[in-house]
Design a protein around this ligand. Sequence first.
Ligand SMILES: [Mg+2]
Length: 386
Amino acid sequence: MTAQDIPRPNANEDQIAWIRVSSVFLPLATPISDAKVLTGRQKPMTEIAILFAEIHTRDGHSGLGFSYSKRAGGPGQFAHAKEIAPSLIGENPNDIARLWDKLAWAGASVGRSGLSTQAIGAFDVALWDLKAKRAGLSLAKLLGAQRDSVQCYNTSGGFLHTPLDQLLKNTDASREKGIGGIKLKVGQPDSSVDIHRVETVRKHLGEHFPLMVDANQQWSRPAAQRMCRILEQFNLVWIEEPLDCYDAEGHAALAQQFDTPIATGEMLTSVSEHWDFIRQRGADYLMPDAPRVGGVTPYLKVAALAEHAGLMIAPHFAMELHVHLAATHAREPWVEHFEWLEPLFNERLETRNGRMIVPTRPGLGVTLSEQVKQWTAAEAEAGQRP
Ligand SMILES: [Mg+2]
């Protein structure tokens, strides 16, 4: 029997009828610098490229998904999405696993990671949003929630372009908002500046308030070794990306040696890249990013493998999506509070007593704001509007 002989869905089942993909450039209020900028590898970030996918079915159901890129890559994600979108038309929107594979096969020659997979991610998230909405459930409840709120920490107040006095004010504002932890960027060319900033913030917060640091891959192995040893005294929740994001062996050596947990994984763009870290125990906290690995479907595979291997999880960025996914893991993750994407949506996430409340609205629980139109650079459609 060939694939053609396998019976196709009958005509009574719902079908994907119309898709719109759009390329949106969201401006940031302040140019952002982490260690990659201070070591001269990147320029300060002024905008985020978002790829939206809106999927509509013949029976009137719809889903909204997104992927994103920081700095270059947005137009490439959009071009790939535009090219593969027509292969979803006429398909049953419930068959998310099969449709993920179909989209991957459509672009098999450009690989199963990186930009091509991130384009698939926008469709995959939209299909999960659609399925949850149709069930009348939040995405967390559809997947099977363990909890209704998740511990969360703030990153956006602790970047390297922020002077120390402002940093302390930002930590106060974050605590007043009910956010449960603070992350500081480190990895400056002069490590004494890093240590001074961490020491000052630790004193300001008190000994037990959750504090993390993130070096954004800018230390060599010897520098990371030295810094992890010095940072042990500050009772940190984790030290993030001390090394190059693909150095699983180096991360594993640090995780083995130091009491402070090592976190990494945000830059990885597929299940296989994560599997490499899980196998080598290259993290205490693995930090998968659903849009970056290709959507909810591959994210769940990464999370299952990590959980089975005994690693903790702290998803990267995109809290609007990750709050739902983090609610489903057995060991409680940390969700990263980043308000950068807020202007894209009409809804706001609630934080209280150190925790982010999982929205109870159906699906992801977000709708696009009016402002998105003015930031839209390109749009493309597939199929016919029902
Ligand atoms: Mg990071």
